[in-house]
Design a protein around this ligand. Structure first.
Ligand code: MSP
Length: 646
């Protein structure tokens, strides 16, 4: 069976890893782990791009021989990725001989078949982007159209790759394969880029000997770093070395930031493969960028975060063990991942997710379930416990949604869907009150209720593993199951047999103390005790953090219909900013369906889904209550669907 081949870009070694390069790598790792959990053989490639002129330049500035410099920097990347639990199969370096052999061979082949030809280059070059620009694309300022830095003039003999010859085939490929480039916004950017027309590109550079020498013509300098770098994906499969490289080739998923998708990965790269007569990658995915305080990260602004420093500060502030702090960082990267647009990275955001999603939700649900199992059942699964059918359906449905979202590289959505399971269990506990059942002597029912919590924890153990592998291991240990379950088996509702022994609960995510409070030694999470009989969990006042947990968005009603056999209910289809949701609302006595279509209404979107008359309702609309009648609320003017209410 072919391996599922997944790649990250190879990173320039002129600077150390940061939260931008960490993002792509963590997303790729989560995709790789997800595929592995689903039983696929995976081949996950990352590495470093070392032949770039800017790398050579920085080594020179530091007075270090370039080879020594790239060795040290590549080691730094490997060390960082390993510390972030990145489970790559190969770490490729473009200074390796096997890679240089591939570049040389490809260059020779394309010269032989006329796809590379000799000419001369007069134009501009951006060393920072390692990109050539024709004079027509450069304004008076002579700065890079992409990054704004000053351009360098080049007037040199050079070889060209006949990119223009592939324009029509590229267009046809894009048209025939709508999933070739994701998400949609990147596909459109690429279509726009190609529509401007493709010109042949310079693929050699003179004036340096750092790089792969131009084959059979060393006086022409070295091969252009992007032509060289893109081929790493081929080198890593053993192309030229083994006939069975097709057990890996072509890539199933190539991940990168939006900056290097349209021009390089979606145009030059497939054209090179077409010239080589090799199958193209299945899917290219380009994520957005992290921005910090609404600005691009840059050394001069001093807003570049190093991933391991962020992890260390989280561990120190919370008392969380380092492997779990690493996973918390990974969780944040994936939960807030910029998909279509850019997203803000902030330490406050990380801390809010840590306290809210990890300490309060996931950690607390596991702890409270295991604590009650120990208190009431001696830490053993009681006889005859089964998960209620409604809840079992909800677990299966949420697992399917997580699967679909992970497959689409939409980790924010996937994790949101996974967290609905936690809300469902917490609600179920509140409704069923196992502590009261125990007091009333209904041990069997209490066991049944807690068993649902255990099954949910086991399911979550599998669902969070791609994001938080060490946390998943720890959940598995506490559940007494050794390893996180395989994906296909994660929704088994009878997976924990009667008599199965659970371990003592240990808090994984100690709560972060508020910043203003004096620093205290880290304490274990104060996990709320289950309320005692008669006690109520309601508080009069809530904190702003409590409020922030409500995700209220403006939705546009795209369809509305009565729910059969109900006089009160309407089924509404909503556009919540590119996402479609269904909700069931009790407003049929106040509004007719056609009064609703096209209207914008506020909706609580992170409410646990509920099964109402056989329809899964995925949220709740907010309305004024006037003597028991619903009166709709609308924004003051039309706003984009999905706008946040705060
Ligand atoms: N060496 C080339 C890639 C060659 S692949 C054949 C390169 N390297 S890079 O070091 O500049 O890394 C680029 C990648 O880092 C981007 O595609 C993106 O994946 C990631 N990011 C760099 N800064 C980023 C942000 N601020 N935010 C998110 N990701 C960004 O380009």
């Amino acid at each position: 069976m072919k391996r599922y081949y997944i790649t990250t870009p190879i990173y320039y070694v002129n600077s150390v890893p940061h939260i931008g390069t960490a993002l792509t790598t963590i997303v790729a790792d989560a995709c790789a782990r997800f595929q592995k959990r689903r039983g696929r053989r995976v081949y996950f490639l990352t590495g470093t791009d070392e032949n770039a002129p800017k790398v050579h330049r920085v080594a020179g500035e530091r007075g270090i021989p370039t080879q020594q410099f790239v060795d040290e920097m590549a080691a730094e990347f490997e060390r960082t990725w390993q510390a972030l639990h990145i489970e790559y199969d190969v770490f490729i370096r473009t200074t390796e001989d096997r890679h240089k052999r591939v570049v040389t061979e490809v260059f020779r082949r394309l010269v032989r078949q006329g796809d590379i030809y000799k000419g001369s280059y007069q134009g501009w070059y951006c060393v920072s982007c390692e990109t050539f620009f024709a004079s027509s694309k450069v304004g008076e300022s002579r700065t890079c159209p992409d990054c704004g830095k000053p351009l360098e003039w080049r007037d040199e003999p050079c070889y060209y790759f006949r990119l223009s010859a592939y324009e029509l085939r590229l267009k046809a490929h894009l048209a025939a394969n709508p999933r070739f480039i994701e998400p949609e916004v990147r596909r459109n950017e690429t279509l726009g880029f190609i529509a401007e027309g493709l010109q042949d590109i310079a693929v050699t550079r003179t004036g340096t000997d750092w790089g792969v020498p131009v084959p059979d013509d060393p006086a022409s300098g070295v091969v252009y770093v992007w032509f060289d770098a893109l081929l790493n994906y081929l080198t890593a499969t053993g192309w030229l070395e083994r006939d069975d490289y097709t057990d890996t080739w072509p890539p199933d998923l190539q991940l990168m930031g939006k900056d290097i998708l349209p021009r390089f990965h979606a145009t030059i790269w497939p054209a090179m493969l077409m010239a080589l007569d090799l199958p193209l990658p299945e899917r290219l995915y380009g994520h957005g960028w992290w921005i910090v305080n609404k600005q691009k990260m840059s050394k001069s602004l001093g807003n570049v975060y190093a991933p391991l420093e962020v992890v260390q500060s989280l561990a120190a502030a919370s008392g969380c063990e380092t492997p779990y702090a690493v996973d918390a960082f990974r969780y944040y990267m994936l939960r807030e991942m910029p998909t279509d647009s850019d997203a803000e990275f902030s330490l406050e955001g990380l801390e809010t997710r840590y306290n809210g999603d990890l300490a309060n939700d996931l950690g607390n649900m596991l702890h409270r379930t295991l604590s009650m199992m120990h208190r009431y059942f001696g830490g053993r699964v009681p006889d005859g416990a089964r998960v209620d059918a409604g809840l079992a359906d909800l677990f299966a449905q949420q697992a399917a949604r997580v699967t679909e979202a992970y497959e689409a590289v939409d980790f924010p959505r996937g994790l949101r869907e996974a967290w609905q399971i936690i809300s469902a269990v917490n609600r179920y506990y509140d409704e069923q009150a196992p502590w009261t059942l125990m007091k009333q002597g209904d041990t069997a029912r209490a066991g049944q209720v807690l068993y649902a919590g255990l099954i949910a924890a086991r399911l979550l153990c599998a669902l969070v593993e791609p994001a938080m592998p060490q946390v998943a291991r720890e959940i598995a240990r506490q559940l007494g199951i050794g390893e996180p379950p395989a994906w296909s088996d994660a929704t088994a509702m009878d997976a924990l047999p009667a008599g199965h022994t659970l371990q003592e609960p240990t808090p994984i995510f100690p709560r972060l103390q508020a910043k203003a409070e004096p620093k205290q030694p880290p304490t274990p999470t104060p996990q709320p005790e289950p309320p005692q009989q008669g006690a109520t969990t309601m508080q009069d006042a809530i904190t702003i953090d409590d409020f922030k947990r409500l995700q209220i968005r403006i939705a546009t009603v795209t369809a509305a219909e009565p729910v059969p056999k109900s006089t009160k209910l309407l089924k509404l289809t909503l556009d919540v900013g590119g996402e479609t949701r269904t909700i069931v609302a009790g407003i049929a006595e106040d509004y007719t369906p056609d009064q609703l279509v096209g209207k914008q209404i506020p909706v609580l979107v992170n409410l646990q889904p509920a099964l109402i008359r056989g329809i899964v309702s995925e949220g709740m609309m907010l309305a004024a209550d006037v003597d028991g009648r619903a009166v709709l609320l609308h924004p003051d003017r039309e706003v984009p669907s999905g706008s946040t209410v705060r």
